[in-house]
Design a protein around this ligand. Structure first.
Ligand code: BES
Ligand code: MN
Ligand code: ZN
Length: 507
């Protein structure tokens, strides 16, 4: 049951063009700007129906506020059963956030109304600084995200079931259809990668163990001939002296796994992009145990790992002509008679010694060995993705992932990819000045750097293991999941990483 690679909604997306008057659909979605300023599609329908739309909007006091909706039935002389009018706000204010709000309102409205399929005319909207490709792809991503439910472990699945599952996007210009289809394919691949990350993130730690993640990787390899998987066991890690990773795994009954995925879409000789994802399937803090409050959320501490699996799934689906290696150190962080203790000193695979002053700073301890291991792939660049520090949530909140890098052009490319895909990151400095905070009296370094600049000192720790290659670190502690009423994994930063990889293929 939990073995199914995907849960959630299976939405069907298509592109349509032709004559809007003849469109047969259960529901046609058209936009109206504030104040009652009809978009071209709405104007056309108004004309066919002999001003039925304008008259009704006035009668219904519909002004066109962003996200406002009005469902009309049997509009005279139109071919579709219903028309959903959606407010798009003032035309000049239509930015990314407004579009996202409008699209997700449409998804909820259609679903709540029990409508199975619809045709949207919103690709004609003028969005500040965005082209057709972005609008089509964003629509797919936002609709999929809005209607996602995690009900794998609920016994009654029909409770709040998703009814709306087919969306066509209407393209006015025939010449743009091919471009729109390409955007649709990208959007669907990203949405499926995101969905995989959400599933793995939302699964509880008693199901989603290191072994479960390894099996998920093997499932990907079965699905795509371009993906190969290798899993290193505890004994293998001992042989290559991964003393730091093993120190975290000591306290756990679940054996750790080092999962390596190899996606080959490019030439054999192309240097790979290596993605390293933190896979702590549950972080109790270890002997430096965390308080009980919200500790359940530490099941999400493997979201970096999940984003590596999700991104590789997405690019395999898109058949990107590029080589990508995924490296996932997976383990639990548990207190136990055999667990590492504060003050313990371990030797990492790199040979550098580490004094573990806080067992809750475990992410960097598993990542450092995975980063050293990555050297063997002769990577062009290495990007690690980790729910690494609570300090990052304090600094940036849940809107941006933290970005730190030893290579300015790489940082720039990732920031740009984040802007393009609406999955933004924000850079923090990785200056040598901060390194002194990691001084240890007894080893080469300590695994914590004190209260100040917690996100930066965590990255400074990793930087000591990445001197041999171009590297960037994404701290996704704030962006990987939502808390409160909508608690759940977000699937970030799959859109950012996919965009970065697509851009590399195009340059
Ligand atoms: N997984 C946590 C980071 C985290 C905490 C993410 C809360 C999201 C919400 C990480 O392993 C951790 O415990 N970090 C410590 C580091 C500290 C001991 C230096 C932290 O941030 O408190
Ligand atoms: Mn921790
Ligand atoms: Zn952690």
């Amino acid at each position: 049951m939990y073995g199914q690679p995907f849960s959630g909604v299976t939405m069907e997306f298509t592109i349509k063009s032709g004559n809007i008057e003849k469109l047969r659909s259960a529901c046609l979605v058209v936009g109206v700007h504030e104040v009652r300023h009809l978009t071209p599609a709405a104007q056309q329908l108004d004309k066919i129906s002999r001003n039925y739309i304008t008259t009704t909007l006035k009668r219904a006091d519909f002004r066109g506020k962003a996200g406002q909706t009005l469902l009309l039935h049997d509009v005279p002389r139109t071919a579709c059963e219903r028309i959903l009018i959606v407010g798009c706000g003032p035309e000049k204010d239509l930015d990314d956030a407004a579009v996202q709000k409008i699209i997700s309102r449409i998804a909820f409205t259609l679903n709540d109304a029990g409508i199975k399929d619809a045709v949207s005319c919103l690709s004609e909207l003028n969005v500040k600084g965005r082209d057709l490709h972005w609008k089509v792809r964003q629509t797919v991503e936002v609709v999929s995200d809005s209607l996602y439910r995690f009900d794998l472990l609920k016994s009654k699945k029909n409770d709040g079931a998703v009814i709306f599952n087919k969306l066509a996007q209407f393209i006015t210009e025939r010449g743009s259809v091919a471009a729109a289809k390409k955007a649709l394919t990208e959007g669907q691949a990203v949405a499926r990668g995101v969905e995989l990350v959400k599933k793995l993130g939302n699964l509880p730690a008693n199901i989603c163990t290191p072994a479960y993640l390894a099996n998920e990787a093997k499932t990907l390899a079965k699905k795509y001939s371009t993906i190969k998987v290798q899993v290193l066991e505890q004994a293998d890690m001992k042989k290559i002296n991964m003393g730091s990773l093993l120190a975290v795994a000591r306290g756990s009954r679940q054996p750790p796994k080092l999962i390596i995925l190899n996606y080959q879409g490019g030439k054999k000789t192309d240097k790979p992009v290596t993605l390293v994802g933190k896979g702590v399937t549950f972080d109790t803090g270890g002997i430096s145990i965390k308080p009980a409050q919200a500790m359940d959320e530490m099941k999400f501490d493997m979201c970096g790992a999940a984003s590596v699996l999700g991104t590789i799934n997405t690019i395999a689906e898109l058949k990107l002509p590029i080589n990508v290696v995924g490296v996932i150190p997976a383990t639990e962080n548990m207190p136990d008679g055999n667990a590492s203790k504060p003050g313990d000193i371990v030797t990492s695979m790199s040979g550098q010694t580490i004094e573990i002053l806080n067992t809750d700073a475990e992410g960097r301890l598993i990542l450092c060995d995975a980063l050293t291991y990555s050297e063997r792939f002769k990577p062009d660049v290495v990007i690690d993705i980790a729910t690494l520090t609570g300090a990052c949530v304090i600094a940036l909140g849940k809107h941006a992932s933290g970005l730190l890098s030893n290579h300015e052009p790489l940082a720039h490319d990732l920031l740009e990819a984040g802007k393009q895909s609406c999955d933004r990151a924000w850079e923090l400095p990785l200056w040598e000045d901060y390194q002194e905070q990691l001084k240890s009296n007894f080893a080469d370094m300590a695994n914590i750097g004190g209260r100040e600049a917690g996100t930066i000192t965590a990255a400074c720790f990793l930087a000591r293991f990445t001197r041999k290659f171009r590297w960037a670190h994404l701290d996704i502690a704030g962006t990987a999941w939502k808390t409160g009423h909508h608690k759940g994994a977000t699937g970030r930063p799959v859109p950012l990483l996919t965009q970065y990889l697509i851009n590399r293929c195009n340059s």
